[in-house]
Design a protein around this ligand. Structure first.
Ligand SMILES: [Zn+2]
Length: 265
């Protein structure tokens, strides 16, 4: 089974600085230097099967947190000829505000999440303002609506969502962080989401500053590398370089199943 995968950008932040995106900064690294951030959802497509990885954020949450909302995931899907009713499954890599919104826009989809992630987002950790900050109450409330509607499937660790699409629990960034491995004509591609925000987080082993378990984060980098068929088969979650390294459709959907335009060094 070979899938097509499209990275669909729904937001950006051109004001982002380097020190916000990597933990380790020497003065020579110019911590204040510009390091823009993109926000994506990913569509996995083969025939009638459409799996959406993450569901982004609505404009209110995005704007309140200082980022630029470009379009809804529904509008982004329309660019590749799909509607919300085509989405049979949603894999939520983790429940941070920029990944877990808009779930009610996909009423026919089954939602796949790690048990530890929803437990974290609805349990004692949320008594802490620091741990609560990357989560969004309206989004979590919509998740509970979906849960009570019988639409949520919990996973404990690695699992297969469909032939050629597997999820792998890695933790680190959040307790229930999972990555998605997808069979394509160029070999298995790993959608790393926020296990790897930027290529640099992986290449320099320099973590993104938001994480709950440093050791698990570093081990996740190794897991992602092991699951992928080489560096150009790893897709970071927020790196604008993705849009230049892979071919795009006329509407701007980035085709990750195709060979890269420029291979990362
Ligand atoms: Zn994110």
């Amino acid at each position: 089974m070979d899938y097509r995968i499209f990275a669909l950008r729904y937001g950006s932040n051109g004001r982002r600085r380097r020190f916000e995106n990597v933990i380790h900064n020497r003065p020579a690294d110019r911590p204040e230097a510009s390091m823009p951030m993109d926000f994506f959802v990913w569509a996995i497509v083969c025939g009638d099967r459409v799996v959406l990885v993450d569901t982004g954020s609505g404009p209110e949450t995005m704007t309140a947190r200082g980022h630029d909302h470009l379009r809804s995931p529904v509008a982004a899907l329309a660019d590749i000829g799909l509607g919300p009713a085509d989405v049979g499954d949603v894999i939520t890599t983790h429940m941070h505000w920029d990944h877990a919104g808009n779930v009610l826009d996909f009423p026919d989809a089954r939602l796949h999440v790690q048990r530890t992630e929803l437990a974290h987002a609805t349990g004692p950790s949320m008594c802490s303002g620091f741990l609560r900050r990357p989560y969004d109450l309206p989004q979590v409330s919509e998740w509970l609506q979906a849960l009570y509607g019988g639409r949520v499937t919990f996973h404990d660790g690695d699992d297969e969502i469909a032939p050629g699409i597997s999820i792998h629990h890695v933790g680190g960034h959040t307790p229930g962080m999972q990555v998605v491995r997808v069979a394509t004509e160029r070999g298995p591609v790993v959608l790393a989401s926020d296990a790897v925000h930027y290529y640099e987080n992986l290449d320099a082993e320099n973590p993104f500053p938001v994480l709950v378990d440093t050791i698990a984060y570093v081990e996740a980098l190794r897991t992602v590398a092991r699951l992928a068929d080489g560096p150009d088969h790893i897709i970071p979650g927020h790196d604008p370089l993705v849009r230049t390294r892979f071919p795009s459709t006329a509407e701007g959907a980035v085709a990750l199943h195709l060979e890269p335009v420029a291979v990362p060094s």
